[in-house]
Design a binder for this molecule. Sequence first.
Ligand code: GLY
Length: 344
Amino acid sequence: MITVRVPLGERAYDVVIGHGARSELSALLPRSAQRAAIVTQSGIRLKIDPGLPGERFEIGHGEEHKTMQSVESLCRGFASMGLTRNDVVVSLGGGMVSDVAGFAAASWHRGVAVVHVTTTLVGMVDAAIGGKTGVNLPVYDHLNDRVGGKNLVGAYWQPVGVICDLDALSTLPARELRCGRGEMAKYHFLTGDDLLAMGEAERIARCVQIKADIVAGDEREGGRRALLNYGHTLAHALETETNYAIAHGEAVAIGLVYAAHLAQRLGRISDERVQQHYEVVSGAYELDTALPKVASRERLIALMGLDKKVLGDGLTFVLDGSNGVEVVAGVSPADALAALEDVH
Ligand code: GLY
């Protein structure tokens, strides 16, 4: 078992990674807790025992259930079971479950402890770590086109512990694992580590450690935390434009090679470095990198202009360069459009 500490002062917590890590769950719960509300989804095969009485709540599958209504319904459930501020919410599932359960925990009685037992690779290397919680709120433009809405309402609410039980990975559908590999691929470019040389547990733990270090230095994304969005600017536009037919991790895979081409066009990296992106994303992780068919590439540029990261004029991206990956503002829409043509 590997334990990674997320060093956030009084709110520091452990992430336990390994086969059978769920056996550590009761050790992560607050001592004050007398009841546990387990928030999960149908079809989650990992069985957990928090060692406390409580109730189990299920939320629906799919982005359309990542809503304020789901949070309200959970809070009504917490009320009827008498969940107090001393008790605990345990999320059991992937990123959607930890986001919704985490936001319900942040809101219930203005904040009750939450432990995430994460069952997907995306959850382990990203969603369950760092305290981002939230739900979608669809937003439309004057032509009634959907222009965004993902994770628009939420809170930073750090868990008191996270379990990454690797036993859960063998139960995942192939597409879900692909999505995790898309999110994992970004870590290859955030540090100089050779993640491919590591075994599964060590590599997941290293991704958690990289994220923990970034979150510890910038919990509320005033600076470096935005680097965790490497590959995400195009990815979010693709998700919106395809109405989520393309899944997040699949979109990040394309977003990573796109960001490399854009950086190369801007003279920040060499062709060889672009090639390294393809070697990780499509070579090692066997992910598709071609752009999906979209009605209009100009619309992708417009959607990227609505990204939460945008600072001032032009577009804002996280781009690789001689100083490593950094936030770059003022990218021209013409360069951004040209780089879309390079993606293959
Ligand atoms: N998923 C990016 C972050 O947690 O900041």
